[in-house]
Design a protein. Structure first.
Ligand code: S3P
Length: 177
């Protein structure tokens, strides 16, 4: 029974949700779902084009629709988009059957990691990427605090982050057993 629940990764862009999520799923023997990827496949359009053609509100609606679906899954690692926390209904649904883990990183690390794949993140397209990151982080800070575990990934590889998460999950399961 305790192995039925999901592990949900939330956090800002560039904190390693997707790379860590993949490793974590394979270590736990869980399914892996990246909600941004699912939105792109289900709607047959990239997130970038969705923002450009239909705007952010349209994307947020699709995101909420996807979250409602994946929150029903069991034994899945669910990596989410950085803005998933903006909609409280998303978080209520995800928490119902999931441990929620926030990944964080310093502004410098986020700047560096999100700069590697240019143009895949519509919110970071403008000139002053650092300032945009600082502002968005400030707006979302409180929302990212609402998690079962918060892990700073600035100095850690996805493998190390995965190990930390597995240690935490084992502890939770021992306490529940
Ligand atoms: C967003 C983060 C992106 C993606 C979209 C919006 C955000 O996901 O969902 O561009 O609002 O922070 P990643 O966190 O996986 O980059």
């Amino acid at each position: 029974m305790i192995h039925m629940r999901n592990v949900v990764l939330i956090g800002f862009m560039g904190t390693g949700k997707t790379s860590t999520g993949k490793l974590l799923a394979s270590r736990l023997g869980y399914f892996f779902i990246d909600t941004d990827n699912k939105i792109e496949i289900d709607n047959k359009i990239s997130i970038n084009d969705m923002f450009a053609q239909y705007g952010e509100k349209f994307f947020r609606d699709k995101e909420a629709e996807t979250i409602r679906k994946v929150a029903e899954y069991h034994s899945a690692v669910i990596s989410t988009g950085g803005g998933v926390v903006l909609n409280e209904d998303n978080m209520i649904a995800l928490r119902q059957n999931g441990i929620v883990i926030t990944l964080t990183a310093s502004v410098d690390v986020i700047l560096e990691r999100t700069g590697r794949r240019k143009n895949t993140r519509p919110l970071l397209k403008e000139e002053d990427r650092r300032q945009i990151i600082v502002d968005l982080l400030e707006n979302r800070h409180e929302l990212y605090q609402r998690a079962d575990l918060i892990l700073d990934t600035s100095e850690l590889s996805p493998l190390q982050v995965t190990d930390e998460i597995i240690k935490f999950i084992r502890k939770v399961d021992e306490l529940r057993a």
